[in-house]
Design a protein around this ligand. Structure first.
Ligand SMILES: [Zn+2]
Length: 129
């Protein structure tokens, strides 16, 4: 559970359905988001969605003149609910790594997709997640 800024306790949990937003090196494509539904999607479906979005991003990013190595990856969502019923602001986004999907899988997909576009990955998982 995450910290709720309204009731000041660790009462925020991910909603069963929502949208995940992806940003890489603080860049965000309009299409870098996907829907999740934990009622029907297993981790494999979520992993496939992430792979597809990473692929779209790397395809775009690989056309840049100056390609910095990938240092920062954010997967976040506003679709959290507070157990105490607080209204969660839609402008607040919370990290979903290790909540919706494990960091290990996200890093594995990131490394594989970046490698296929010849883009270096220098994410420090201890700082990034
Ligand atoms: Zn709350």
């Amino acid at each position: 559970m995450l910290y709720c800024p309204k009731c000041f306790g660790n009462h925020l949990k991910l909603a069963p359905r929502g949208v995940v937003h992806i940003s890489i090196n603080n860049k965000h494509m309009q299409s870098s988001q996907f829907l999740f539904n934990t009622v029907k999607d297993d981790e494999k479906v979520i992993a496939n969605n992430i792979r597809e979005k990473f692929d779209e991003f790397m395809n775009w990013y690989s056309s840049f003149q100056n390609k910095d190595p990938i240092k920062d990856v954010q997967l976040s969502s506003s679709d959290f609910v507070c157990e105490n019923g607080c209204k969660v602001s839609i402008s607040s986004r919370y990290n979903i790594i290790n909540i919706l999907i494990s960091q290990e899988i996200v890093m594995k997909i990131l490394n594989e997709v970046a490698y296929s576009y010849n883009i270096r990955v220098e994410v420090d998982p201890s700082k990034n997640f």
